[in-house]
Design a protein around this ligand. Structure first.
Ligand code: GLU
Length: 469
């Protein structure tokens, strides 16, 4: 809960704000907003010498396109409202980046740190078989993925459970994404959300006209960045920002934050946390005892990449960042949004900015359904073509390229090249769709503009589905 409304009601509020800039009738808007199916389950798992009753959810927010898609989180904060809100965001997210799926989300109410890998495997496999029982999983039905507290390991347990309960299903591996590459995963999925955040913010920062308005120069190099959360999303975002020359002035985790005007070396911070168990006490940095205070540091770009509702009406007035990139889902409450929009802060919304994960999940699903690795058919062909073009060119100019240049020009695409370029193109294209909507729809902030884009796409799909007479 944040203020007087829940997370799901917050998403609905943002939706309502945007829907006035669309042409759809009330009934269609109500249908887009509604969660189509909510499955709450309770199942027993023997942990040590006791039976624990586990509470879990899978919510399919929209069936306007199938399969439904969205991660599964393991956290003690999981509840029906949260899963519904996250499932709804998945619908809008997929629409924004033109991934042809409906939105879904799952959650198991556990603290994964309290269980051994063996116990987690039992819980995960039981959850997967509950989904199978109710036809809530499958390559054409609903395709889970990692989220907060889960990763490739959990996804491979789900894939294996599904495959063993569906013998002969040739598309069984397409029932879940974010799998290890050895189990049908795609290269680049692990870092996809963080990389998408980087590509998205880089595009925002590349528009000179918009940067002039907030007094920033274009380009990522030299920008002062603060990142909250060093999980898979935050860590990879931090990595790509620092590789592009940004200065990581602040980093935050559960136990606190650290600050250094000169910049923090990400790998050294991660190593320090691994050996000491805490981000605090990093040599040369100032400790910030209350982790949330890190969000208020003076910086150009702030990336909250942990959980929802960390920026509220209470702390929003003290946020100094000129750009906030929502790495997490729902890190700003609608009240915080109002305050930051009034200050002129550019808020790059979650449903666009963290869509890199689901975009690459889509690539993984395509790979599973096509049963072939990207690049397998065309890599050698491209290299041969490039070699012959290069040869003609060298003959023409009467000069040979040096070995490094030759290699670079001749290189045919590997899976990772195609995944990265597909992701980059998606993030660039979708940002300009949202920006265009901001300029033309009447919406006056990026989140509302993004909702307008999504509502338009999902609304048209519902109209074309036909409504039962
Ligand atoms: N859990 C991620 C998200 O919130 C990824 C979902 C997916 O890949 O399906 O977007």
């Amino acid at each position: 809960m944040s203020g007087t409304y829940s997370f799901f009601q917050g998403v609905e509020r943002n939706f309502d704000k945007a829907s006035v800039y669309t042409r759809f009738e009330k009934g269609i808007l109500e249908q887009i907003k509604a969660c189509n199916s909510v499955y709450r389950m309770k199942f027993p798992v023997r942990i040590g010498d006791q039976v624990e009753v586990i509470e879990a959810y899978r919510v399919q927010h929209s069936h306007h396109k199938l399969p439904c898609k969205g991660g599964i989180r393991y956290s003690m904060d999981v509840n029906q409202d949260e899963v519904m809100a996250l499932a709804a965001l998945m619908t809008y997210k997929c629409a924004i980046v033109n991934v042809p799926f409906g939105g879904a989300k799952g959650g198991i109410k556990i603290d994964p740190k309290r269980y051994t890998p063996f116990e987690l495997e039992k819980i995960t496999r039981r959850y997967a078989s509950e989904l199978v029982k109710k036809n809530f999983i499958g390559a054409g039905i609903d395709v889970p993925a990692p989220d907060y507290g889960t990763g490739a390991r959990e996804m491979s347990w789900i894939a294996d459970t599904f495959a063993s309960l569906n013998p002969g299903d040739i598309n069984a591996l397409g029932c879940v994404t974010g799998k290890p590459v050895s189990q049908g995963g795609v290269t680049g999925r692990t870092e996809a959300t963080g990389l998408g955040i980087f590509y998205g913010v880089r595009e925002v920062v590349n528009v000179a006209e918009d940067m002039d308005k907030i007094g920033l120069s274009t380009g990522i190099a030299g920008k002062r960045v603060v990142i909250q959360g060093l999980g898979n999303v935050g860590y990879h975002a931090a990595k790509f920002f620092s590789e592009a020359g940004a200065i990581l002035v602040g980093l935050a985790e559960f136990e606190g934050g650290i600050f250094s005007e000169k910049g923090l070396n990400l790998e050294d911070v991660v190593a320090h946390r691994k050996t000491t168990g805490s981000i605090l006490g990093f040599p040369g940095a100032t400790d910030i005892r209350n982790s949330l205070d890190t969000l208020e540091l003076d910086c150009d770009i702030l990336i909250p990449a942990a959980l929802e509702a960390v920026i509220t009406a209470e702390n929003a007035p003290r946020i100094k960042a000129k750009i906030i990139g929502e790495g997490a889902n729902g890190p700003l409450t609608p009240d915080a949004d109002i305050i930051l929009n009034a200050k002129g802060t550019i808020v790059v919304p979650d449903m666009y900015l963290n869509a890199g994960g689901v975009t690459v999940s889509y690539f993984e699903w395509l790979k599973n359904l096509s049963h072939v690795r990207f690049g397998r058919l065309d890599k050698r062909f491209s290299e041969n073509q490039n070699a012959s073009i290069l040869q003609s060119f060298e003959t023409m100019i009467g000069k040979k390229m040096d070995e490094a240049e030759r290699k670079q020009i001749m290189h045919g695409p590997d899976e990772i090249d195609l995944v990265y370029s597909g992701l980059e193109d998606t993030m660039i294209g979708s940002y300009h769709e949202i920006r265009e909507s901001l300029l033309t729809s009447g919406a006056d902030d990026l989140r509302t503009a993004a909702f307008v884009v999504s509502i338009n796409k999902v609304g048209v799909a519902y109209e074309q589905l036909g409504i039962f007479p």
